[in-house]
Design a protein around this ligand. Structure first.
Ligand SMILES: [Mg+2]
Length: 368
C-alpha cells in the first residue's frame, strides 16, 4: 500500500451550535488533512491549529515527500520529513504537521487492520471520564460575567456532566481574587459533588499562581492546568510545593514532556494528539509518564481524537470537551462520541471513526 495523495483542506464559516445563553460563536473554521492510498483507504485528521499558512505548507512541501510512501511505516515517514523540513527552522509548525499526519496514518492503519485506534493503542479502558470546558468568550465577545458562568455551569451539570473546567488568569494582569469569586460562584451553583478544574493558559507568575491556589483550595479543585508562563518546569515544581491542588501541563509547551517529568513539575501530563503529539508520540509520553507514576490527562481541544489515546493507554485518565470545539466537532464529523453522565465511550469503528460529514468540504472549503 502506498500514499497517492496528501491534501489539506481549509474550511471556514461552518455553522455550529452556539453556547447555551449566547449567540456567538455560531461559526467555526477547520483544517482537515486527507491522506489517500492506492488501496482505496482514506485517513483523516484535523490540524490542532487551523492557520492557512499550514495548508499551503502541507500541500506544497509535505505532500511531495509523503506521496509514494507506505502509510503503515510512520517512523520512516517521520524520519524523512524531519530530515527534509528541519525542526530548527520550522519549530512548532513542523511538530503540528507531524502530529496531524500521524493521526491520519493511524486512521489508515485502523481501517487496514479492521481495528479501532483505541484497540490498536492497547484498549485499556472501556470508557474514559470527560470534563467540559466552558465560559470562554470568542469573536471579541464580552468576558462572561460571574452570573453567566454560574448559570452555564449549572445547566451543563443538569445535562449530566460531572466535571467542569473554567479559565483563570485571563485578566489583563492575572487577578487571583477575581478568579476566586468566579470559581466560588460556580462551586455554589453546581454543588459539592461536581469536579471543578481551572485552566491558567500559561499566563501567571509564580506568586500569582500560589495566591490563586491558596484562595481556591477550599473549593476542592480537581486540577489546575498550565498556570505558569511558558510552563516553566522549575516554577511549576515550586508551585506544587505550595499547594495540594494537582498541577497539569503539557499541551502548550516550550518544554518537552521529558523536561516536565524530570523536573517533577506536574501531577498530570497532557499530550494532545492533534496539536503536538500524534498518537505515536502520545503513546511514548504515556509510557515515559508511567515510569514517573504520573497519569495522562488532556487539554486544549480535539477531545474526540484524544479519546482513543486516553482510553487506550493504562495511565490515561480524562479527556477535555471544550464546549466550542465540541460543537465544532459535531458540525464537522460523523459519529462524534458524546458525553454520557461524565464518560465517553471510544469509537469501535476501524480507524478513528471520525470522518467528515458528506458534502462538508465542498461547501465550506476556502480556495487558496
Ligand atoms: Mg488549556
Amino acid at each position: 500500500m502506498i500514499i497517492t495523495k496528501l491534501q489539506a483542506h481549509h474550511l471556514r464559516e461552518i455553522p455550529i451550535q452556539s453556547p447555551p445563553y449566547r449567540d456567538l460563536p455560531d461559526r467555526t473554521r477547520a483544517l482537515l488533512v486527507e491522506v489517500t492510498t492506492d488501496d482505496g483507504l482514506t485517513g483523516w485528521a484535523p490540524a490542532g491549529y487551523a492557520h492557512k499558512s499550514i495548508v499551503s505548507f502541507i500541500n506544497t512541501y509535505v505532500a511531495e515527500l509523503v506521496v509514494g510512501e507506505d502509510p503503515l511505516r510512520r517512523a520512516r515517514i517521520q524520519n524523512k520529513l524531519q530530515a527534509n523540513l528541519t525542526r530548527r527552522h520550522l519549530g512548532a509548525t513542523l511538530t503540528n504537521v507531524l502530529a496531524t499526519l500521524d493521526v491520519a496514518l493511524w486512521d489508515i492503519k485502523g481501517q487496514y487492520t479492521g481495528q479501532s485506534v483505541h484497540t490498536l493503542i492497547g484498549g485499556a479502558h472501556d470508557r474514559i471520564p470527560v470534563y467540559i470546558t466552558h465560559g470562554a468568550a470568542y469573536d471579541n465577545a464580552p468576558v462572561y460575567s460571574v452570573e453567566e458562568l454560574a448559570r452555564e455551569a449549572k445547566l451543563l451539570v443538569e445535562q449530566g456532566n460531572t466535571h467542569i473546567k473554567n479559565v483563570v488568569g485571563r485578566q489583563a494582569v492575572p487577578d487571583p481574587e477575581d478568579d476566586y469569586v468566579r470559581m466560588a460562584a460556580i462551586r455554589e451553583a453546581v454543588g459539592p459533588d461536581i469536579s471543578l478544574a481551572m485552566d491558567g493558559n500559561c499566563r501567571m507568575t509564580l506568586p500569582q499562581a500560589i495566591r490563586l491556589c491558596r484562595l481556591t483550595e477550599e473549593l476542592n479543585i480537581s486540577f489546575l492546568e498550565e498556570p505558569i508562563l511558558d510552563n516553566e518546569p522549575d516554577l511549576l515544581r515550586q508551585l506544587r510545593a505550595h499547594t495540594a491542588i494537582p498541577i497539569a501541563a503539557g499541551a502548550n509547551h516550550r518544554f518537552s514532556a521529558r523536561d516536565l517529568l524530570m523536573s517533577a513539575a506536574v501531577d498530570i501530563i497532557q499530550p494532545n494528539v492533534c496539536n503536538d503529539a500524534g498518537y505515536t508520540a502520545g503513546i511514548a509520553i504515556a509510557e515515559m509518564a508511567e515510569a514517573f507514576n504520573v497519569p495522562l490527562g488532556h487539554g486544549n481541544g480535539s477531545g474526540p481524537h484524544n479519546v482513543a489515546l486516553q482510553a487506550g493507554v493504562r495511565n490515561g485518565k480524562i479527556v477535555e470537551y471544550h464546549f466550542h470545539k465540541w460543537m465544532a466537532y459535531n458540525a464537522i464529523f460523523e459519529s462524534v462520541p458524546q458525553p454520557e453522565n461524565g464518560f465517553l465511550t471510544p469509537s469501535a469503528e476501524p480507524g478513528t471513526g471520525l470522518r467528515p460529514r458528506d458534502g462538508l468540504i465542498t461547501e465550506y472549503r476556502v480556495s487558496e
